[in-house]
Design a protein around this ligand. Sequence first.
Ligand code: NAP
Length: 330
Amino acid sequence: MSDKKTVIVYQRPLKPDLMARLEQACHVLDFTGRSNLTRDEEFLAALPKAHGLLGASVRLDRALLERAEHLEVVSSVSVGVDNYDIDYLSSRGIVLCHTPDVLTETTADTAFLLVLATARRAVELATMVKNGEWNASLDEPQFGVDVHHKTLGIVGMGRIGQAIARRAKFGFEMTVNYHNRSRHETVEKDIGVEWKPLDELLATSDIICVTVPLSEQTRHMFGQPQFEAMGPDALFINIARGGVVDEAALITALEQGTIRAAGLDVFEVEPLPATSPLTRLDNAVTLPHIGSATHETRYAMAELAVQNMVAGLKGDRPPKPFNWDALASS
Ligand code: NAP
């Protein structure tokens, strides 16, 4: 019998070369492509054998992980770790790994895609063309608003926030301000951005872009008072997580013109239900959570996730452990 440790791979299949690398080091159980994984009897039955779990986009809560008594490493193919009970994992000595950096530039591109599409009403107007409804040259009712030289407010000046700031500052010659729980003075100097209290940032920005992780502190950070503070010309862009926004309040703000428009890659419930008013509002650009979804970046994320898993199961420090400090101090 093999003495290799067992890893469950779920959600998306790995490319053959990455699967081969993982199989060289571990015994792999493939649960990719299954819907409703957390209720899948075979998956639940396999959990007690697992030393590692590799995947993303599934909420692995405490009750589920209690079944995985031999679990040593959770390797998430994502930078966001809001699907995991981090304190619980740390208390059991389980290493939680993630995939920062390799997706930063691609996700910043997605943010700018949303900024431009929202400001220039690209989806609404392209749909008009596709529907054969472009009958005359366009006039004021269809005009968009400029992006270049406007003021961008970034909420969450981390890796992705900084990549967005560089695009805005050096590509579009925008004024860029930010709010973050800590000041980043090097970033302020290097990119030329200014920290502001959240209220002031919202009131003085033409475009607000959200890039904070979802946590107990950031859940519903944006609701009716924040949309009112932004004002009727504001564009609101969310590429972080749906839970950072009170979606019902956002829908009301879009319907009532409290803000001009929103560009959204993430939602409180994903996939976004077809019944959501966001699917019919012209002033909401809705993408199906494609922040990092390019061939190159998804490969790089999966590769890093495999490296994290292999190192973690060997007992080495993985390249990108999220809870290393918590493990060390427990
Ligand atoms: P990061 O480098 O950790 O940056 C997050 C920033 O948010 C940090 O600067 C952090 O401040 C700040 N922050 C955290 N809590 C805050 C709070 N309560 N108030 C104000 N600022 C706060 O992470 P990242 O790599 O840029 O990724 C950010 C998030 O984007 C991820 O967690 C993920 O949810 C999301 N994301 C989405 C997609 C997508 O497909 N749409 C793709 C990638 C990432 P400190 O400097 O004080 O820590």
